[in-house]
Design a protein around this ligand. Structure first.
Ligand code: SF4
Ligand code: SF4
Length: 178
């Protein structure tokens, strides 16, 4: 398993050149493997890989991703931090065009301190759910998964693991899909 984010970025650039992940996406979209089966493989890989990666050492999602906050997130954050909603919005957020949601106004996240989330107990739902691999309907989110492969070591290793599992399942067939 690869956990070094610099190496992951390098490998991801090479895969991007060769369009490997996009070819695999096309395969997953058109193959006859049931979505439920793919979800179940992804969930198992996610549990296994998550247990071996120390997110506190990595924190790369807090460095490279900008979470979305809805009203509920803002209210919870304000209560948890003691920062009034208006001040929180003015200092730290920008409103998304075309929706009522907000995002943090800078990257890395202003609440990342010493590689750790300083608002962990009241962080936004988007942060709690990241990297979203516990969810169903994996094949409906493949564009985001591919983007996240070069940001999150868990996503990178789950996607590579999924390729391997499918190769293993399909060994008897002519599977030159990537
Ligand atoms: S709120 Fe916390 S978990 Fe979310 S991006 Fe910022 S530091 Fe990371
Ligand atoms: S979720 Fe991924 S990017 Fe975020 S800290 Fe954990 S391994 Fe790193």
């Amino acid at each position: 398993m690869e956990t070094d984010i610099d190496k992951i970025k390098k490998i991801s650039r090479q895969k991007e050149k060769e369009e490997e992940n996009w070819k695999f996406r096309s395969f997953l979209k058109t193959c006859d493997i049931a979505d439920e089966k793919i979800d179940s493989i992804v969930h198992k890989l996610y549990r296994d890989i998550f247990s071996e990666i120390d997110c506190q050492k990595c924190a790369n999602c807090c460095i490279e991703m900008i979470p979305t906050l809805d009203y509920e997130d803002i209210d919870k954050f304000s209560k948890g931090s003691g920062i009034p909603v208006a001040e929180f919005k003015n200092k730290y957020l920008i409103k998304n065009k075309g929706s009522n949601d907000y995002t943090f106004n800078k990257m890395p996240c202003p609440f990342l301190k010493n590689n750790s989330c300083s608002c962990y107990a009241y962080r936004p739902k988007d942060c709690v759910a990241y990297p979203h691999l516990h969810k169903n309907e994996f094949t409906s989110r493949l564009i985001n998964v591919i983007v996240n492969c070069s940001i999150c070591p868990i996503v990178f290793n789950v996607f590579e693991g999924l390729k391997q599992e499918i190769r293993d399942c399909d060994q008897e067939e002519d599977d030159d899909f990537y």
